[in-house]
Every structure is written in C-alpha cells, then in structure tokens.
Design a protein around this ligand. Sequence first.
Ligand SMILES: Nc1ncnc2c1ncn2[C@@H]1O[C@H](COP(=O)(O)OP(=O)(O)O)[C@@H](O)[C@H]1O
Ligand SMILES: CC(C)(COP(=O)(O)O)[C@@H](O)C(=O)NCCC(=O)O
Length: 539
Amino acid sequence: MDSTQKISHLALDIGGTLIKLVYFSANGDYSEESRNGCSVVHGKLCFAKFETRKIDDCLEFIRFNILHHSGVQHPNGAAHDKLYVKATGGGAFKFADLFKEKLGILFDKEDEMHSLVGGVNFLLKTVPREAFTYLDGQKEFVEIDHNDLYPYLLVNIGSGVSMIKVDGDGKYERISGTSLGGGTFLGLGKLLTKCKSFDELLELSHHGNNRVIDMLVGDIYGGTDYSKIGLSSTAIASSFGKAISDGKELEDYQPEDVARSLLRMISNNIGQIAYLNALRFGLKRIFFGGFFIRGLEYTMDTISVAVHFWSRGEAKAMFLRHEGFLGALGAFTSYNNQSHNDIKSHQHTVQRAILNCSGDNLRHIPVYHSSFVDEEGITKACGCPLLPLKSHIKGPAPISEQDKTDIVDEAITFFRANVFFTNFDIKSPADKLLIYLTFYINVALKRLEGCRTLAVGTKAIINLGLEDIPVPGETGFPFPGLFSLPQSQDEADLFRNYLKQVREETSGRLLSVAYRANGTPNKWWLAFAKRKFINVVVL
Ligand SMILES: Nc1ncnc2c1ncn2[C@@H]1O[C@H](COP(=O)(O)OP(=O)(O)O)[C@@H](O)[C@H]1O
Ligand SMILES: CC(C)(COP(=O)(O)O)[C@@H](O)C(=O)NCCC(=O)O
C-alpha cells in the first residue's frame, strides 16, 4: 500500500467458521462531485477473509495494515477516547475482549440478521450484475428493478443457515433456519474423507459420483421412473442410502464420491427448505448467500434444481457475486446511519468504490511490490537483479548506503502482508527477488518454530545457512520458471553466491525481529511459520 492511501471504515463479520473484513482504501483524491453537498472520496473497497479458528492471523493482518486506526469515535459520545469498529456475527460478542486487548479497539455491534439484509439490499440497489441465476450450466445476470425488489427470501448459508423474509429497507423477519449448513458439510466431510480444508473437500467432490452412494428412485423401482408422483428413476430417493445394503465399510468408498454425495445432500436440503419457506409467504424470489456457495457450479445447480423442482418452476433461486461478504458489507454500510462528520459522504463513496471495481478486483487487496524498479547499472544473473545490500557479509552484492532501504528491508517489512497472497503479480524483476526472499523468510521462520530463545534460534539459522542453495534448474529450487536458467557455470555460481549472501543478511535481520530484546520469541512473527506463501509448502 503506498503512503497516499488512507484506510477508513473497517467492518468485520466474525462467523462460526470465517471472519470477513471489509475496509475502504482511499487514494487521497477528493472531488467536489457533490451529492447532498458532500465531496466524494475516491478509492477502493477491499475484502479479506480468515478462518475464525486462526483469529491471530486476522489480528496480525489488521495490525500490520494499521486497519485498527481507522475506527471512528462513538456517535453517542460514549468513551470518547476510544475507537469503535463496526462488527457483526457471533464473534462480535465472543471476541470483543480479545480485539480490545490486542488491538485496543471496541466493537460497535450490529445485529447479524440486520447486517445481512443491509448488505444484500445495498448490493442489489447499487451494484449492476450482482444477482444471477444458475441452471443447466447457464449463468444469467438478473436486472433488479429497484421499485420491485421486495418481498424476497434471503437464505444465508454460513456454518448454519438463516432464512429471512425481507420486505423493505430494515424491514425483515427471520422466518426459519436449519443447522444443516456449511459447517455440516465441512465437519462431516472432514470426518468422512480425512480432508483438511474446505477447498480440498470441494476439489474432491468435483471428481466424485454421488450415485455410487446415494440410493436413487431407480434403485428401488427396478430402474423405472415413479412417474405417478413425478419422480424420475435418476432422482435421489435417499442420500447415502446405498451404504445400508452395499455391505461396504467407509474405506471401501472413494472419498470423492462421499464428498460429492455430501455436497449434494446439503445443497438439496437447503434448496428444499428454502422453497417451503418461500411457499409459506408466497415469495417468488430467493437469494442465496454465505460462503458455503463459493460460486461453485455444482452447488448452485443443485440448489436451483431443488427450488425449480419443488416449486414446479414458480420460484427462482438467485445467487450473489459477493455472497460471502453480505454481513460484513451490511456492517460497513451501517456507518452511514450515523451522523458522524467523518462519514457523511460515505454512502456515495462506497457506491462509487463498488461501482469502480469489477467483480474480481473487489476481492483484491494490493500486494506490496518492490520499489527497485530502476534496472540501470544493475548486474543480473538468471534474470534476477543483483541489488545492492546493506551488508558486511562477503558476496557479489554491491554495497548500499546504510541509511537507505534495501531489498532485505522490503522483504521483511512486507512479509506479514505478502505472505497472505496466493498470487503475486510481478511488476518488475526486483519483485522476483522479493518473492524469493518472502519464501526464504517463511523457510527461516519454520526453522525458528519451537526455538524458545534467541540463542537456540541463532543456532537453527546458522544450520540453515550451511545447507546447499539450489539455483534455477536444480532440484529444490522453489519457483520453477520464476527466474531464467543459468546460461553458464559462471552465471550459476554468481547467482548462487548472491542468494547465499542475501539469505544470510535476511536471516540476521529476521532474528532481530523474531526475538524480543530479552531473547524471548515474538509470537507476532513466529506465528507466520505455518503460513504457506503462494501455496508452496515449507518443510
Ligand atoms: N476457506 C474456507 N474455510 C472454511 N470454510 C469455508 C471456506 N470457504 C467456504 N467455506 C464454507 O463456508 C462456510 C462458512 O460460511 P460463512 O458465510 O463465512 O459463515 P460463518 O459466518 O458461519 O463463518 C463454512 O462452513 C464452509 O462450508
Ligand atoms: C446461529 C447462526 C445465526 C450463526 O450464523 P453463522 O455464523 O452460521 O453465519 C446460524 O448458524 C443459524 O442460523 N443456524 C441455524 C439455527 C437454526 O435455525 O436451527
């Protein structure tokens, strides 16, 4: 993030499984395009999510990006010296003390249902192409007439499922719910398939066949339809039903088939309950949100088919591009409801911020890039600029002035933010070195994990320094294709020596941040040992 960017209005939705963050990053450009006499702040809306069980990562992310300083003073004049941040979800209650203790912020709590409805109404009224239908592999955006939006049913599939009848802005009623939700899929999926994560489970389900385990109408009716009651032979008669008569153990089934049946069972069930509730109140439109959906075609298709089947085509399932951030967005936009000076122009600003972003952009938080873009006079090896270092360690790097930032400073300063990214758009050759060093810091932190004192940590780092350093084309080089292959032995040796020097320099500086002055570990650094950078597993 560059210095002209200013973060404002952080909002959190702390759910049973995931923490969702929304914040506004202004780019310092103000225009007088006034509406209601307010100037407009230009910038972008940023979205991030963390697992609730890894709440420390979230705290660290907020602290590192200084998001906690973006709170506002409470409009009712309470605790004047304190900064308040909008928070919703059960965790706004459960973790309030933790956020106060670790970040010094207080939560201005917004009701979860209220935030969900606020988020959806805001998106549907503000963002074009937000809602879409998905049936038979066809995604179709739905134009929403603002004057004909209500009533609708909102089905939020998080850990559990809430069903809310929405009649207007702030006019809603939670009419039903089910405890068989995203948490059930993930929890049962972990137990049954040994998958470790939601993404792994989804990937597995992609390759599975539910008919191996689900009992179909045809299995019961000898291959024929039960047309009298409208059931085709391929309809599922009983989810997981084949397991009762197959004489098989769990191990005899392929985990991908189990994952597929589970996904189908949960999605089907939610689609059906949603339809029944829509029927109770004569609602024709059902919007589905929550992170369970994750834009997955199979999930959306199953839900749509269930709604279509049960309503005989009367009701429509619709999905939202920002499905997982509804509550966080609702909490975020609720800053508008206060008469605080800071946020008078907010609604207009947020509308513009969302409108200015394409769908994917919206979830994009900028990676920190290297500032060493000027390549003039810099020697290269394997396409990597051998940038100057503030180092007394022997090696091919030119010496940098002591009061200047070098690439090692950048790598260490940006590490705790950049390590969150699974993609890194390379803007200059120096970014390649930044990627390499970010990876190396991850490796070094892994070695420091469990080293309870600076002395023990130093030993571990010295041992790491004794290890062979592969160059591109050799086994063990972490990013094949990032750098070009050496064209000669001299080039390979030059690059190896530079990597050795820059790694040793990084190690020394890392020790001084990973341990406190009294030699004890700094958990705000060592907690990052477990992170995977660009999905590379560090052993
Ligand atoms: N990266 C992820 N890690 C865990 N669960 C995920 C992930 N992505 C999607 N999910 C699914 O989304 C559900 C959580 O959805 P969410 O709307 O965030 O609910 P909550 O507010 O209860 O955390 C999980 O139970 C799981 O089914
Ligand atoms: C309790 C909850 C509102 C919490 O929201 P979540 O963290 O799951 O998004 C939700 O899990 C829920 O509505 N559960 C279903 C409870 C029921 O109606 O049976």
